[in-house]
Write a protein of this length. Structure first.
Length: 245
């Protein structure tokens, strides 16, 4: 028999990114036994709880009320309540709300426990076929073109595999930028992960850009970018100069 939840603990509960079968037994137990669920979107989390036959008080916790809600959550923890924090999908704090309240809980001396599970970053990276020994997670790039370009140019010198998130509305722009900044990299587009239309598209930026313009690519994307070729492999006979591939 599993030990009961500990009072005054903030539980970071990973929830399915698509396929509801991916929820863990431990996540279900924490959601069943906690006192309150702090949710990024109470409607979506309410639907998840209903699907699994759970009824719990829901507390809205998202980007624009993090400061106020963090204080309330800390007060609840100090009273000995067991608080489960969930986001719309995946692991709290990974390009989703959670980081702020975790820091606040630690500063306040409260206990924090992770309940690991689905994470789009891990799902895409491990199935990409690109090296996983060293990788750099970027999250979402800035929306403004100039800022995005600066970040991508800085990432060009970062060793290992790069992983970032992108929306379907900006995937064309991202691929265009990769054609300009990292034209020779191996890139994998992972979309609709764990869902019915899950798909991995592999190729160079220009090839993937052509595909994106031929098809309507929907769903949230995880973009996995291979490391730069070794210096020796980057040398080309282009007038005796070195050209990045």
């Amino acid at each position: 028999m599993e030990p009961p939840l500990q009072p005054g603990t903030l539980y970071l509960v990973a929830t399915p990114i698509g396929n509801l079968e991916d929820i863990t037994l431990r996540a279900l137990r924490v959601l069943r036994e906690c006192d309150v669920v702090a949710a990024e979107d109470t409607r979506r989390s309410g639907q998840l709880l209903t699907h699994f036959g759970l009824r719990k008080p829901l507390l809205s916790y998202f980007k624009f009320n993090e400061a106020r809600r963090s204080e309330e959550i800390i007060e609840r923890l100090k009273r000995g309540e067991k608080v489960a924090l969930v986001t719309d999908a995946g692991s709290p704090g990974i390009s989703d709300p959670g980081e702020r309240v975790v820091r606040a809980a630690i500063v306040a001396g409260c206990r924090v426990e992770s309940v690991p599970g689905p994470c789009a970053l891990v799902a895409a990276l491990t199935a990409s076929g690109l090296p996983t020994g060293e990788f750099h997670f970027v999250g979402f790039l800035p929306h403004k073109s100039g800022q995005r370009r600066k970040v991508l140019e800085a990432l060009r010198g970062v060793p290992g595999t790069l992983v970032l998130y992108e929306s379907p509305h900006r995937i064309d722009r991202l691929l265009t930028e990769l054609v300009e900044v990292m034209p020779g990299r191996d890139v994998v587009l992972a979309r609709e992960l764990t869902k019915k239309f899950e798909e991995f598209l592999r190729g160079k930026p220009a090839e993937l850009l052509a595909t994106a313009r031929q098809r309507s690519l929907k769903g949230e994307f995880v973009v996995v970018i291979g490391a730069a070729p070794e210096p020796a492999a980057r040398a080309t006979l282009a007038g005796g100069s070195l050209t990045e591939l």
